[in-house]
Design a protein around this ligand. Structure first.
Ligand SMILES: NC(=O)C1=CN([C@@H]2O[C@H](COP(=O)(O)OP(=O)(O)OC[C@H]3O[C@@H](n4cnc5c(N)ncnc54)[C@H](OP(=O)(O)O)[C@@H]3O)[C@@H](O)[C@H]2O)C=CC1
Ligand SMILES: O=C(O)[C@@H]1CCC=N1
Length: 266
């Protein structure tokens, strides 16, 4: 997919997530000359992207992408102008909070996840006050990042942040657990990790478009009286895995709500 930049872009905060989006945008054909990355410490940006250590004192971009930590919002100057679309990826921080801080034309919230760097991420979007042009610009910029869907209600961000925003972190824990268990049982460590990663990748790819839900797919793997059933019986005992994952998402969603509250009062 190749896209042209929707005007000038300022990317404020070029850490893990900002850099991941930037890498993909450049790979997707956005002109690096249209992007200014603003970050006090980031080591490098793709060739042709302007890197500034602090935001310019004047001027405003067409698109301002905010990718600092939510806790750093309070120290941000009121960037943007009457023609600027603000896209914020800050966990928790609400559109009303952003609109009150930045003198921009429109605000769109986005919740991406780390695999956007290879175009296989998830991006949830919402912008209650965003007009059709603002939504189209957000769609254009997010399209190369992976699966993009608009949320019906801003309140759903807490859940989406827990599920797909934080989700890769939870999946990496599971991959690590698979690999470590394989190693503990006797496989060479590097081979256990390769097999664990390839198994999760293949299972996810098969589930997408399989025409069957994950429960049915699990049953298809589990031959009657076989090895998978013996293992699933452990995961399913007292709904153990289900409970653990529910508590995991509850904790992440609660933290998102706390970040929203803190930003409201910052
Ligand atoms: N990581 C992820 O998978 C995801 C993150 N997010 C959201 O993305 C945002 C960034 O997260 P993440 O990339 O993990 O965090 P990072 O800390 O890696 O990135 C934030 C970057 O912004 C820099 N920064 C701090 N203050 C300023 C400033 N005033 N102007 C410009 N840059 C500044 C930071 O520098 P320094 O380190 O020196 O403070 C850092 O390099 C967060 O709001 C998070 O909620 C959303 C979805 C997924
Ligand atoms: O951990 C965080 O707060 C961010 C938001 C989602 C993923 N990383």
């Amino acid at each position: 997919m190749s896209i042209s930049a929707p005007g000038s872009i300022w990317l404020v905060g070029c850490g893990n997530m900002g850099a991941a989006m930037l890498r993909r945008w450049i790979a997707a054909g956005i002109d690096p000359a249209s992007v200014t990355a603003i970050d006090p410490y980031t080591a490098a940006v793709p060739d042709g992207v302007t890197l500034l250590r602090q935001a310019p004192a004047d001027g405003a971009p067409d698109v301002l992408v905010l990718a600092i930590k939510p806790q750093q919002l309070g120290a941000m100057p009121p960037l943007g102008g009457p023609g600027t679309l603000l896209i914020s990826i800050l966990a928790g921080v609400e559109e009303a909070t952003l609109a009150a801080r930045f003198p921009v034309r429109a605000v769109v919230r986005a919740m991406p996840n780390l695999p956007v760097s290879i175009g296989k991420g998830v991006v949830a979007l919402h912008g209650a006050q965003a007009d059709a042009a603002a939504r189209a610009t957000a769609d254009l910029l997010m399209a190369p990042l992976g699966r993009v869907e608009w949320l019906a209600d801003e309140g759903l961000f807490h859940i989406v942040t827990a599920l797909s925003g934080s989700g890769p972190g939870f999946v990496y824990r599971f991959i690590d657990a698979l690999a470590q268990a394989g190693t503990a049982l006797g496989l060479p460590e590097d081979q256990a990790l390769r097999f664990a990663i390839a198994t999760v990748e293949g299972a996810a790819a098969l589930a997408d478009g399989a025409g069957a839900g994950p429960a049915e797919l699990a049953d298809r793997v589990a031959s009657p009286g076989g090895t998978t059933r013996a293992g699933l019986d452990v995961l399913d005992r007292d709904a153990g895995l289900m409970r653990l994952v529910r508590e995991t998402l509850d904790a992440a969603a609660r933290r998102s709500a706390e970040l929203a509250e803190a930003a409201r009062n910052a």
